[in-house]
Ligand binder design. Sequence first.
Ligand code: NAD
Length: 344
Amino acid sequence: MFDNTAFAGHESAHHFFDAKTGLRAIIVIHSTVRGPAGGGCRMWSYATADDALVDALRLSEGMSYKNAMADLPLGGGKAVIWGNSKTDKTPEMFRALGRAIESLNGKYWSAEDVGVSVADMAYAAEETKYVAGLSTGKAASGDPSPVTAKGVFLGIKACALRAFGTDDLNGRHVAAQGVGHVGGYVCDHLAKAGAKLTIADVNQDTLNSVAKATGAKIVAPDEIYDVAADIFSPNALGAIVNPKTIDRIKAKVIAGGANNQLSTPDMGDKLREKGVLYAPDYVINGGGIINIAAEISGNYDPAWVEGKVQRLVETLGEVLDQAQREGRSTNRVADEMAIERIAR
Ligand code: NAD
């Protein structure tokens, strides 16, 4: 871990192997300074064990930043399972993962992430209490997407205020990439606010139902970058702002729920030079982890969640304003603020 290029002062990395079920998992704890490390479990067919470790190191550091910016009493951690999520999963494997999580005695709280479902994590929860994002249980918080989407919508308004001088979205043209769980709810909010929508998705059924509900125009997945919109809202994939797409995006604002939107941090600098206002992804999409933190607290309180989301949007505004004042890119200001919050 110490030699790894992704090492950033992480507290620990724990490797687990369970011969009976074939589980190969790594749980990485970046920081417990603000509280127990919180972050989901991803299952992926990594090419090498080192690739799995690098992913866990990066993702756990990212969770420390996300949790700090959402002002949660949580540090950052992540679990990765090395395997094919379509062919290798068994209930017993997730029970073994649960025992691995339990062995850390509450230093790490897990939830679902890419390749892992709520149902999978319910098996893990049979062996440990340190699992959240469940659909049943005393404080179960259920699907976090509506809360994530609410934060994204309010974040889009905060960006609009700064980019266009008004947060009124009536008549504003928004191009949305991905209309799944988060993107679908974001489009509902935008349509209610009077925005004009153009949407793209690779799932035709989802696309049709969102278009029907919101009156959105549909374009092919690759055409979404070229839409002459005011706002581009990525809610599907990572690394969508990259050297190939950056000059195609016409919008003055990029604000959406997808994780890891910039292929590299310097894309944020390029956006600033082009006069595009970028809402740092892990700030604007923190609503989901706020919802999960409410479950971890043992007492799910919707009013607490709502207050935290409002505060998150204010924090986003502070990032945007500081970046503007100092002539720096928003992603670099956000990173600095997160590191400072953890240090404090
Ligand atoms: P989802 O799977 O429900 O939705 C993603 C959508 O993107 C799907 O409809 C999918 O068909 C579509 N898509 C896939 N490839 C595409 C492409 N090339 N072009 C256009 N659309 C494409 O997932 P979700 O839960 O809505 O999450 C969306 C993003 O938000 C992810 O990056 C996720 O990590 C992030 N995120 C989600 C939450 C949450 O609460 N669910 C919280 C924080 C961040």
